[in-house]
Design a protein around this ligand. Structure first.
Ligand SMILES: C[C@@H](O)C(=O)SC[C@H](NC(=O)CC[C@H](N)C(=O)O)C(=O)NCC(=O)O
Length: 344
């Protein structure tokens, strides 16, 4: 964590406190949930201690004041967060859609073409986007190949019968890179397959689950550092860790809910490996939040790098903020209400 940082009030663009990690001079946060305030036509300005931030979003108004790092971190934990989608680039959208629907049983949920920016998105998953984690494929006009790098691991798909899924993948001409069987050093039956661009999918045998698209595995160079970051900056829970000394790696499952009901981030540390190539295929995960401005403040407080200051996206007005984790993996936080409007 940086020895000192400037916390900005986001929208107003003014620094409101400079602090060191030991002594905080921040005013107290009074959070008023968006749902409580949604619909109000006037700004509510409640003078609380030294600082007030008013964030007006459409007809919603939010008032908050920050006092301490502890309170900011507490807020991140209480915020309404969920993994919304994972974004990556593919070279042939139709081919990938066919593969995911025919071999993996996903549904095509929606497609949007943005000709001005020369790309098309397709959203696929196992249930509606308002409640399920989904994939967002990006096809950039004319680009048919991407470098997947060495840092991206795989996406996890939970199925009741791994062998059956693998047979189907094979029958449809898909690539099976690891035959079904217990994971090395464990009991769970897994297999690995590759999609048309070479993105790996781990097929995991599990009982029926509401969230079959269940993991995004990324390799990291310092597991403790990543766990701290995802807990504090992103408000995730450390669900479990598993060390596998025989195969020289440790994994940490992190997320916003239990693994059998919600998608998680699987962080993998390979003993002694500090850095990986990121390539240009994998993009980011998107996480829902009730307040992108507050989210960006907390990330900065935790030493995270905000690469896009919070605010509405030109054209669609959805408020987002982007940031990088300590290994440089990108995430985008998306305003929950704006996201729901996008789906209407
Ligand atoms: C069930 C769940 O815990 C797993 O499937 S872990 C899968 C396992 N992961 C790794 O080996 C990670 C370290 C590896 N060096 C990497 O960077 O990917 C795995 O892939 N096992 C392979 C197998 O054949 O069992």
């Amino acid at each position: 964590m940086a020895a000192s940082s400037v916390v900005s009030n986001g929208r107003l663009g003014l620094p409101f406190a400079t602090f060191s990690t030991k002594a905080f001079l921040l005013p107290s946060i009074k959070m008023t949930s968006r749902s409580q305030l949604f619909g109000l036509k006037h700004s509510i300005v409640t003078h609380k201690m030294r600082r007030i931030v008013v964030q007006a979003t459409g007809d919603a108004v939010q008032s908050s004041t920050i006092t301490s790092q502890e309170e900011a971190l507490e807020w991140a934990k209480k915020d309404n967060r969920r993994l919304l989608h994972v974004v990556y680039r593919v070279g042939d959208l139709d081919k990938t859609i066919r593969f995911y629907t025919e071999c993996l049983g996903m549904k095509l949920l929606r497609k949007r073409d943005i000709p001005e920016e020369k790309y098309t998105n397709a959203f696929l998953g196992y249930g509606p986007e308002d409640s399920n984690f989904v994939v967002e494929l990006t096809y950039n006009y004319g680009v048919d190949k991407y470098d997947i790098g060495t840092g991206f691991g795989h996406f996890g798909i939970a199925v009741e019968d791994v062998a059956k899924t693998v047979d189907l993948v094979r029958a449809k001409g898909g690539k099976v890179t690891r035959e079904p069987g217990p994971v090395k050093g464990g009991k769970t039956v897994i297999a690995f397959i590759e999609d048309p661009d070479g993105y790996k999918f781990e097929i995991l045998q599990r009982d029926s689950t509401p969230e079959p698209l269940c993991q995004v595995m990324l390799r990291v160079g310092d597991l403790d550092r990543s766990i701290e970051f995802y807990k504090k900056a992103y408000g995730m829970e450390l669900l479990r860790t598993r060390d596998n000394p025989e195969y020289k790696y440790t994994i940490a499952m992190m997320g916003y809910g239990p693994e059998d009901k919600s998608a998680v981030l699987e962080l993998t540390y390979n003993y002694g490996v500090k850095e990986y190539e990121k390539g240009n295929g994998y993009g980011q995960i998107a996480i829902g939040t009730d307040d992108v401005y507050k989210t960006a403040e907390v990330i900065k407080l935790c030493g995270g790098k905000v690469t896009r200051e919070p605010g509405p996206l030109p054209g669609i007005n959805t408020k987002i903020t982007s940031c990088l984790d300590p290994d440089g993996w990108k995430s985008v936080f998306v305003d929950n209400i704006d996201f729901a409007k996008e789906l209407e």
